[in-house]
Design a protein around this ligand. Structure first.
Ligand code: ADP
Length: 586
């Protein structure tokens, strides 16, 4: 009770007994404000409820979720969009653990965020004497975070936040854990000294200029190439060096391939985009310039048939890699020309070194890519233009593609198996950092968190295209969307199950197959329970009209789109990652 009063008052006024005091609650809020952080995504409970109340009272925005994973995912994507660390706030032990999933995801995806969790009494935790929600959170967080800190004294809150912000943003961005014990929040100190203890972090993500000899080496490798390719990753999108990247691509004439969250850095309709000829360019290119993209599983580790090489072998290609993390070089294949620095500085240095007389990419290569692209687009158009009933992924996504073309500023969140794979290739993006998806780990569960994070941060409409399985992981957050009246239109691709809805139980027993959900579920009724707009659609025209209306209205909308339950393949395009099993149905 006493703690509530301290937190509720602005600061204790000066008395005859001594100087004016403030408390840990206030200093935490002031530390955030000093660094222009204006939003907290979280879920209240012991010991951080008063912190959330005070944040709101002091003019910060507190967005309350139904599960910490989604609050932390919202913070992570806010970090990706804004280059400021997104802040997630959770209670101790279970709330912290729920947030940890998203912290790990932020770290792996290089998104800057800070997960702040309240924690129990250190003395009891360290002796394992069984405190309320006892857990050694700091140590548990370490393997999942870029850095982890705990603040034990009120005097150190300013420095603690400075370290967390700098760790999240500098170099390769990532997730940071900040442990705030309950006792810290209740500590007091003189108000004037507290003001002096705050740190405004200066230049939290310093530019890292590449060495001139590394730039010259990179240029030499590119100049010696006959079939060059530029590969843009989400690091390139994050870096916000859009103009320099566009200039490099357009001045060099080199075909480029965007990874999924780099789509829109240049409009996907750009003549140099090789997206529709992906397999061709990866196999045929002789030199690849990676910009903020890692040669991980999403790029077959730079090896094997994808790259025109023998199984498990490196291709005979030359690689130039731009990355802020020197340790990323040679992670999967040898890098001929590492260019370590921030993407903006590296690309500008390359442009400067290229000068005006850089020979554009060989026309025979450029034409070969264009021909392959045209052929593939032609092949795809038959399935896109078909109108089967019930809808399949292609016909539904064609409808969404056409609507999205009219709304280049709308964010697109996307997760699922088939829903993710098909949407990625069918829906063009026209602007950078608008496509937010399952990312490096190909995870399910980011949907509503990312949608809320994007809508709150940007104030712009969001369309979330969700597999019915993927939606299940964060579905309860539709209440959050309705509570804050966010301009989010969620489309559920409902094919009655994980991958498909047609599997059966081979024993003939009453349990359905592991991949099957309730048939004919009406997800649209979920949002109606919270005052949102629910739509049930069965044709591409109805789907297009419902999305247009959702975007136009600016109100929470959920569209249950009925997809043929026979449509879709196991694990989408990742069928090959499933170990072989005699029991598995094809
Ligand atoms: P994708 O999955 O789209 O290929 P990744 O997440 O694998 O992208 O790769 C992003 C890369 O970008 C990481 O290696 C990261 O270190 C790098 N990166 C992130 N921000 C910057 C930046 N500002 N400058 C340089 N490299 C960056």
């Amino acid at each position: 009770m006493e703690q509530n009063q301290v937190a509720g008052s602005a600061a204790q006024s000066e008395t005859a007994a001594g100087p004016a005091l403030t408390d840990g609650f206030h200093v935490v809020i002031e530390a955030l404000k000093a660094n222009d952080i204006d939003t907290i995504f979280g879920l209240v409970g012991i010991p951080i409820t008063d912190l959330a109340r005070l944040a709101q009272a002091q003019g910060l925005r507190f967005i309350g979720f139904r599960h910490e994973q989604h609050a932390a995912n919202a913070a992570a994507i806010a970090g990706f969009i804004t280059q400021k660390p997104g802040i997630a706030l959770t209670v101790s032990a279970p709330g912290f653990l729920n947030g940890l999933v998203a912290l790990a995801n932020a770290t792996v995806n290089c998104f800057p965020m800070i997960l702040i969790s309240g924690s129990s009494e250190r003395e009891i935790v360290d002796l394992q004497q069984g405190d309320y929600e006892e857990m050694d959170q700091l140590n548990i967080a370490k393997p999942f975070a870029k850095a982890s800190f705990r603040v034990n004294h009120i005097e150190d809150i300013g420095i603690g936040f400075a370290r967390a912000i700098r760790a999240a943003l500098s170099g390769r961005p990532g997730g940071v854990y900040l442990d705030l014990p309950a006792k810290l929040l209740a500590q007091t100190m003189p108000l004037e000294a507290a003001k002096r203890s705050l740190v405004k972090v200066v230049d939290p993500a310093p530019r890292q200029i590449p060495a001139p000899d590394a730039v010259a080496r990179a240029l030499d490798v590119l100049k010696g190439s006959k079939r060059p390719l530029i590969l843009l990753g989400k690091g390139a999108a994050y870096a916000q060096a859009d103009e320099a990247i566009a200039a490099l691509i357009e001045r060099s004439g080199i075909p480029y391939l965007p990874m999924s969250m780099a789509k829109g850095l240049l409009p996907d309709t750009h003549p140099q985009s090789a997206s529709a000829a992906r397999s061709f360019v990866l196999a045929q290119a002789d030199t690849v310039l990676l910009i903020g993209a890692r040669l991980n599983w999403l790029l077959s580790h730079g090896k094997g048939a994808t790259w025109g090489a023998e199984e498990k072998q490196w291709a005979s290609k030359r690689f130039v890699q731009i990355d802020i993390a020197a340790t990323e070089m040679d992670s999967n294949v040898p890098i001929d020309a590492p260019l370590v620095g921030d993407i903006g500085s590296c690309v500008e240095a390359l442009l400067a070194a290229m000068g005006g007389d850089f020979a554009r990419a060989d026309p025979s290569w450029v034409n070969a890519v264009a021909e392959k692209k045209a052929k593939n687009i032609e092949k795809m158009s038959a399935s896109l233009n078909a109108n089967p009933s019930p809808m399949n992924f292609h016909s539904a996504l064609r409808a969404i593609r056409d609507v999205m073309r009219e709304h280049p500023d709308v964010y697109l969140v996307n997760e699922g198996a088939n829903t993710l794979d098909y949407a990625r290739s069918i829906i063009d993006m026209a602007k950078p950092r608008k496509r937010l998806d399952s990312g490096t780990r190909g995870v399910m569960g980011i949907g509503m968190g990312y949608a809320i994070g994007a809508a709150v941060t940007s104030g712009k409409p969001v369309v979330a295209i969700e597999g019915d399985s993927a939606f299940g992981f964060s579905g309860m957050e539709v209440e959050t969307i309705c509570r804050y009246n966010l301009p989010i239109t969620t489309v559920i691709f409902n094919n009655n199950g994980v991958y498909r809805g047609t599997d059966t139980n081979p024993t003939g027993g009453s349990d359905v197959a592991p991949t099957v959900f309730v048939k004919g579920a009406r997800y649209d009724k979920m949002i109606a329970a919270f005052g949102g707009i629910g739509k049930h659609v069965t044709t591409p025209d109805e789907l297009a009209a419902a999305i247009q209306e959702g975007i136009r209205s600016g109100h929470p909308t959920l569209i249950n789109a009925v997809i043929d339950e026979r449509a879709g393949t196991e694990s989408g395009r990742l069928t090959n990652l499933n170990p072989q099993s005699g029991a598995k149905k094809s």
